[in-house]
Design a protein around this ligand. Structure first.
Ligand SMILES: NC(=O)c1ccc[n+]([C@@H]2O[C@H](COP(=O)([O-])OP(=O)(O)OC[C@H]3O[C@@H](n4cnc5c(N)ncnc54)[C@H](O)[C@@H]3O)[C@@H](O)[C@H]2O)c1
Length: 447
């Protein structure tokens, strides 16, 4: 898969890790047949030729396969991490050393370095941006709206050195953007609603071949994987509290039950709560669930879902983890004020003392599946990232007619990804007969 050894201006941990990163990226590629087919077409057709693309994504083996696909399509790619803990340093090294892709990401980077890396991705002056959580687009919009005080210091200091015309050109140069996750799409829809969105965005998360599989089966499995790698706890017989019964929550509840846990769901949406109840889970408010849970996992995309008032009533030894996009779902600032600690008792496990009890917080409340495990299995990311590559192509092909709004990928592309995935899995399906087509299109026929 090596395309070029051109050294790039990058910031990664250690280039000598590249060989291991390449081996692991090739292993992931074996489970990404749809993306591989797209890469073959991109190599022939070069739909992204001459485009600068800045991506802010979790730097994993699957993302490496996407980055190489975008490069095969002709894009000049810069990549920064979308979470300070999710970068796989060997993969970052591999992309730089073997493909000449500019990568700005180091696992465990501090807040300032994280934003210095966002700055570097913006300084690439992208025609297309690709986000997982809208950090790049968020910064571009603060620049467009001249809200420099809302930028993180490394980005603000750089923007202050740019002329007004340069700042305008930076934002105006973006033909469109793509967004990977629910939380990012929520932010972007809020921007569109407020009339401030500066360019069209494709909500990759809204494709059925993304959220039905990645959010549900990917997050479901990898969240359990992350908790187990961090703690090595026995799931069977434990009480697991799942906050949020959306796509991610449904998937995680299913896997926790499959491993033998008694699962409790907390929700704020009556329909989702009803669904959880009828799916056979116990549904409780967090205030009640807090007293009985052994392990708590937030997957809501909301803030302060587990608060100190809940933690005070938890059992000694309760374990708290988050798999929602940002580290705001567990009120860690409140915990810091109220409790003593933290003591690091194991990698990714911090012990806090609260009123004579121990509370264990995993991975600083950041995405547990990416911090303590490897993120989603490649097989689901195959579809998510096929959608990302198609969305980038769609932006290039339709930039003129796309309005400054949040758009879905056209249905036929979504179905195309599903068909390719089924074919790769060796699964055949039926097609409508002419009679069935006519029946479904008519309203005159009754019993
Ligand atoms: N860990 C990962 O790799 C990964 C993958 C995909 C998405 N995500 C993130 O996970 C989060 C959830 O995504 P989703 O696709 O499941 O979203 P979703 O909208 O389908 O589900 C979120 C659910 O949380 C519920 N909720 C909101 N506030 C709540 C509260 N205070 N208490 C209990 N429930 C509450 C909502 O009613 C909704 O049912 C987002 O932040 C998303 O970006 C993470």
């Amino acid at each position: 898969m090596t395309t070029t050894a051109r050294p790039a201006a990058s910031d990664v941990k250690d280039l000598s890790l590249a060989a291991e990163g390449r081996r692991r990226t090739e292993w992931a590629e074996r489970s990404m047949p749809v993306l591989r087919l797209l890469r073959e077409r991109f190599t022939r057709e070069r739909p992204l030729a001459g485009r600068r693309l800045s991506a802010c994504l979790h730097v994993t083996t699957e993302t490496a396969n996407l980055a190489v696909t975008l490069q095969a399509g002709g894009a000049d790619v810069a990549l920064c991490g979308s979470n300070p803990l999710s970068t796989q340093d060997d993969v970052a090294a591999h992309l730089v050393k073997d493909h000449g892709i500019k990568v700005f990401a180091i696992k465990g980077e501090d807040h300032a370095t994280y934003y210095e890396h966002i700055r570097a991705a913006l300084a690439h002056r992208p025609d297309i941006t690709m986000d997982d959580g809208a950090d790049l687009v968020g910064a571009l919009h603060m620049i467009a709206l001249n809200r420099l005080d809302d930028l993180a210091p490394p980005v603000r200091r750089w923007v202050e050195t740019l002329s007004g015309a340069d700042r305008k050109a930076l934002v105006a140069g973006v033909a469109g953007s793509t967004e990977e996750t629910t939380t990012g799409v929520i932010r972007l829809k809020a921007m569109a609603r407020d009339g401030v969105l500066q360019f069209p965005v494709i909500a990759v998360n809204d494709s059925d071949t993304k959220h039905l599989f990645d959010n549900r089966y990917g997050t479901g499995q990898s969240t359990l994987d992350g908790i187990l790698r961090a703690t090595n706890l026995l799931v069977a017989g434990s009480t697991v509290v799942v906050a949020g019964y959306g796509w991610c929550g449904r998937g995680f509840a299913l896997r926790a039950r499959g491993a033998g846990a008694n699962v409790i769901v907390t929700e704020i949406d009556p329909l989702k709560a009803l669904e959880a109840q009828m799916d056979g889970y116990r549904v409780l408010p967090m205030a009640e669930a807090a007293r009985v849970g052994d392990v708590f996992v937030t997957l809501t995309g909301n803030t302060h879902v587990i608060r100190v008032e809940h933690m005070r009533t938890m059992k000694d030894g309760a374990v708290l983890a988050n798999s929602g996009h940002f580290n705001v779902e567990i009120d860690l600032d409140g915990l810091k004020q109220a409790a003593q600690g933290p003591t690091r008792v194991r990698e990714f496990v911090d012990e806090w003392r609260l009123g004579g009890r121990r509370i264990f917080v995993l991975a600083d409340g950041r995405l547990i599946n990416l911090a303590a495990a490897e993120g989603h299995p490649a097989s689901v990311m195959d579809m998510s990232f096929a959608n990302q590559a198609l969305a980038a192509e769609h932006v290039v092909q339709h930039a003129r007619e796309l309005t400054k709004d949040v758009h879905r990928i056209p249905r036929e592309l979504d179905e195309g990804v599903a068909r390719l995935k089924l074919a790769a899995m060796g699964v055949a399906i039926d097609t409508l007969t002419p009679e069935q087509q006519k029946y479904l299109a008519s309203w005159e026929m009754g019993t």
